[in-house]
Design a protein around this ligand. Structure first.
Ligand SMILES: Nc1ncnc2c1ncn2[C@@H]1O[C@H](COP(=O)(O)OP(=O)(O)O)[C@@H](O)[C@H]1O
Ligand SMILES: [Mg+2]
Length: 425
């Protein structure tokens, strides 16, 4: 069976790696892939652009690809799944309408409110003056969000009114393009964040292991927000009691509300949650795809062949699948980034030591890397996701950090405290 994975991050390398552990998978293609997928046996990068839907569909058809998995949100929000469906090509991910759950925060809020899903109180505005009047009336702290896709740069948690007004001005300045035509203003929530990625066939929805990520650049959760500096699974805060609440109060109502809107949502539904001090799950946002780096931490623990789960979603028979099987272990992914990340980064540095790191038992998922004259060099802000499993979280942490010691490139940065929160709790 041949599979096509679309995207070029650590998430896509992890998906390709997991698929290749199944004896049934003979070949994985990645569009466009990265240095990691280029050097994985039975995996090949294909140089097509991820907005070339026609080219990708033709490639999948010519190669006899039995499953296409879409990593990032952008092609989903642009309708890649609708395009593949029109040719009856099997593809994992929601349609353009379903992807609105991530591509419009205002739309998602309305869906949540109609379904009674617990989430922060909010209001939506189309102009700066009424948005500013609202925050003045509400007071700070308050959360200001651009409506559309903004690569993680559209949200400001404003601790003062001044910051809130600045954020509103920035959103309506035009720098976010169409993503900044509306602003969602939300009540400020406190608690611990939790990521629950679930797979669904539109009727049945099953969570993967709960994960937590570290968004801030610096140790102790300080400094600027990033795409994610590390993640771990399972998150100890997610007791079976909490997971049951998330299932009945968040995941099932979301799928039901989507169905009511005539949306047949088949793919990954990722709930970004705030767990309040009293233990209630509140939805911060939904994403319409697998999370990165959470997926890098979660997939090494998965025992059920990934393609079986994804195909069951596509073929709407998830209910008949046996429970998802997991290794009774913990997993930690530490992201290694390039000097300067998340601002201006220096690229093109030679990377060494991945083989040695993997010989020690870790698995190194690659993100911003590429091959140049057969040497591996850095090509993006987040470079590697050094991932290790262990009998408990401490063992996984020790193993991931010991693997990192083998890896070297100029200006490498990484957090030293990934998953320490899991031990403290
Ligand atoms: N209502 C809220 N209260 C407190 N913090 C929030 C709230 N909404 C978002 N945040 C913080 O901002 C981050 C980004 O917000 P999110 O809605 O997930 O947007 P993005 O699309 O950038 O991922 C969250 O991970 C959380 O830390
Ligand atoms: Mg988020």
């Amino acid at each position: 069976m041949k599979v096509l994975v679309i995207g070029n991050g650590g998430r896509e390398h992890a998906i390709a790696w997991k698929l290749l552990q199944s004896p049934e998978i003979t070949q994985v293609f990645c569009i466009p892939g990265n240095g990691g997928t280029a050097t994985t046996p039975k995996c090949r990068n294909v140089s097509l652009s991820i907005d070339d839907f026609e080219g990708m569909l033709r490639f999948a058809q010519v190669q006899g690809v039995a499953l296409t998995v879409v990593g990032p949100e952008l092609p989903l929000s642009q309708g890649i799944v609708d395009f593949f469906h029109s040719a009856e090509a099997p593809i994992f991910g929601p349609t353009k309408k379903g992807a609105q759950i991530e591509s419009s925060k205002a739309w998602a809020k309305e869906l949540m409110q109609s379904a009674g899903i617990p989430t922060a109180a909010s209001a939506v505005f189309k102009d700066a003056a009424s948005a500013v009047a609202y925050v003045q009336q509400q007071g700070a702290p308050i959360v200001i969000k651009a409506d559309g896709l903004a690569s993680g740069k559209g949200v400001t948690v404003a601790m003062t009114l001044e910051q809130a007004e600045e954020a509103i001005a920035k959103i309506f300045s035009g720098q976010f393009g169409a993503a900044g035509e509306m602003v969602v203003i939300e009540e400020y929530l406190t608690g611990q964040e939790l990521s629950v990625l679930a797979i669904t066939d539109g009727l049945t929805i099953r969570p993967l292991l709960p994960a937590q990520d570290h968004k801030r650049l610096g140790d102790g959760d300080i400094g600027p927000n990033t795409g994610g500096m590390g993640a771990y699974a399972p998150a100890p805060i997610a007791t079976s009691e909490l997971m049951a609440k998330i299932q009945t109060k968040v995941l099932e109502p979301a799928i039901a509300a989507l169905r009511e809107q005539g949306i047949d949502y088949r793919g990954c539904l990722y709930a970004g949650l705030m767990i309040t001090p009293s233990g209630e799950p509140m939805v911060i946002e939904f994403n319409c795809r697998f999370g990165d780096p959470e997926t890098q931490a979660i997939l090494p623990l998965l025992d059920t062949p990934l393609e079986k789960l994804l195909l069951a979603c596509i073929e709407r028979r998830l209910e008949k699948m046996p429970p998802i099987a997991w290794k009774p272990q913990a997993s930690v992914c530490v992201v290694m980034a390039a000097s300067g990340y998340p601002e201006k980064v220096e690229l093109g540095k030679f990377i060494t030591g991945i083989g040695k790191a993997e010989a020690s038992g870790a698995v190194v998922f690659q993100a911003g890397t590429k091959l140049k004259n057969n040497s591996l060099i850095t090509s993006g802000g987040r470079v590697l996701g050094v991932t290790a499993t262990g009998s408990n979280i401490q063992a996984a942490i020790a193993s991931a950090y010991s693997a990192i010691e083998s890896i070297d490139y100029d200006g490498a940065i990484f957090r030293k405290d990934i998953a320490s929160r899991a031990i403290a709790s």
